[in-house]
Design a protein around this ligand. Structure first.
Ligand code: OAD
Length: 239
């Protein structure tokens, strides 16, 4: 029987970008101008009140121009490069819709979509755009002339992206690292238990213990920008 190839999967959530200045979802009351995030991030809300939903995402798209990747994003880029050099499989998955992983130089699977991308509901055209940022002006589709593109964000009730590729990586992983997620939104919240079930070493960083934490996980409390660089160095010793 051949030895199992060393294989890492890293899942990130809002906590990794908190040290760059982006608010998490469940901190600070989780409200935006009196609305629960769950009431804005749905297809029903887009149909009912597109102006409100557009404004919510335009504010988030604008905020990307005011923040920079932090030491945790950069540490994961270094980890990926070292894995490539050592023929270790590496998959970075994020629930975040910001672009801080890619601006730090990482290739990443955005399972909940991306603020930097807009999508046409009529013809499925995808457009990368972080320039048209007026709060109350929609972006029309250049391909089919539909009046307004929607944010390419996976809303509540919609199917996350890349689930097959993520499942394949999880089932082969020997190490799973979760960073800055509260472990309450599925399917991402279930990845930790899949990794445990396949016998992977599971490491969890967050400020507070997440909902899906288990005594078998190696929990590292603290800010991602402080914990992740040391964790990367430690993992590189182990690979
Ligand atoms: P949450 O806001 O639910 O959780 C953030 C987690 O990060 C918490 O566990 C905090 O303790 C932790 N945290 C905060 N600051 C941190 C720091 N500086 N360093 C490390 N950890 C820190 O965010 P997510 O779990 O990412 O979905 O939320 C999951 C999904 O819920 C989001 O992707 C979004 C939301 O609804 C969609 O929009 C589809």
């Amino acid at each position: 029987m051949s030895a199992q190839r060393t294989s890492l999967v890293v899942l990130t959530g809002a906590g990794i970008s908190a040290d760059s200045g982006l608010a998490t979802f469940r901190g600070g009351g989780g409200l935006w101008e009196g609305h629960r995030v769950e009431d804005v991030a749905t297809p029903q809300a887009w149909r009912r009140d597109p102006a409100l939903v557009w404004r919510f995402y335009q504010l988030r798209r604008r905020a990307l121009g005011t923040v920079e990747p932090n030491a945790a994003h950069r540490g994961l880029t270094e980890l990926a490069a070292e894995c490539a050099a050592r023929d270790v499989a590496f998959t970075l998955v994020t629930q975040n819709v910001d672009d801080l992983h890619e601006r730090a130089g990482s290739a990443v699977l955005h399972m909940h979509g991306e603020l930097a991308q807009l999508r046409c509901e009529r013809c499925d055209a995808l457009v990368r755009d972080l320039e048209r940022l007026e709060l109350d002006v929609y972006v029309p589709c250049a391909s089919c002339s539909h009046a307004r593109l929607r944010p390419d964000i996976v809303w509540f009730g919609e199917m996350p992206y890349f689930l097959d590729a993520i499942d394949e990586a999880l089932r082969a992983c020997t190490h799973f690292v979760s960073i800055g997620t509260s472990g309450v939104v599925y399917p991402a919240a279930g990845f930790l238990s899949v990794a445990r079930d396949v016998g992977a070493r599971t490491i969890v960083n967050s400020l507070d213990p997440p909902e899906n934490l288990d005594p078998r996980d190696d929990f590292r409390a603290g800010r991602a920008s402080e914990v992740v660089p040391g964790l990367v160095a430690e993992l590189l010793q182990d690979l």
